[in-house]
Design a protein around this ligand. Sequence first.
Ligand code: MG
Length: 306
Amino acid sequence: MKIARVERHGEIVLAMPLGERWIDISHAWQDYERVVEGVDAHSLREVRELLARGLFTRAFHRRVMEFVQQQGIDDYDVGALPRFAMPLRPGKIIAIGRNYAAHVRELESAMPEEPIFFGKNADTCIGPDDAIQVKNWYGRVDHEGEIGVVIGQQVRDARPELVQAFVAGYTLLNDVTAREMQKRDIAKAQPWYRSKNLDTFCPIGPCILLREAVEWPLELELEVRVNGEVRQKSNTRRFLFGLPELIAHVSKHITLEPGDVIATGTPEGVGPIHPGDVVEVASPPIGILRNSVIEEPTSDALKPQA
Ligand code: MG
């Protein structure tokens, strides 16, 4: 059970898989509401709308798919390999640093005594198949494959044993990092904000796996490949801080809203990427987030419009 945004007839619609096919649930749900409920509803296009209406659930999935199978899938079939768009534009992205012991050791960092978190701007996000753009003055740029937790309901000061209900689902993201820039800034005791927030430095997708589709506590495989070569391979069971502690800790400081994303940290094996590379972040139940790397020429500054 997962939800994506895909291209169909030149527009972006919400979609869910049915066997090998992806189904346009934006139009299927609109038809369901008209035919079954007698309501003339607008078609839902955003994950955020599903969250707001309490429809990001197994029950919604079942109702839509039963309707589609009764009507025949032809009207809603998006095919087996649609073009995926960014599954959602997060409200905010809270990224966890140093959450796998082997990664802490490879960066020669100190083991954290409590979760470390920092912000990534939502407008650094790009979708599956979009290109990560690097400039030649960035220095070394690294991949950091991570599991992203999509928040479903407002969370403030949550107790660890109660956080599960606030999670809508899971996606993949790449916390792309300008590593040399980050190390220089840390050495000068400056924030590492800029090295994490360069344009295009947060690929996300290809879809969101419903929380109800997997066991709790979370045990998801995570693998990162560059040009087909495995660079990172781990499992979320190796988290230093599990989701209950992470969400409780973050929500003690910052209120989380529906559509916010927590990037749960990257395992060992981070390494450089270069123009021409193709980076894949993969987790079998979620899918593969694939992005190429291109060099963006340094251009003259944009001039304001007259
Ligand atoms: Mg990271």
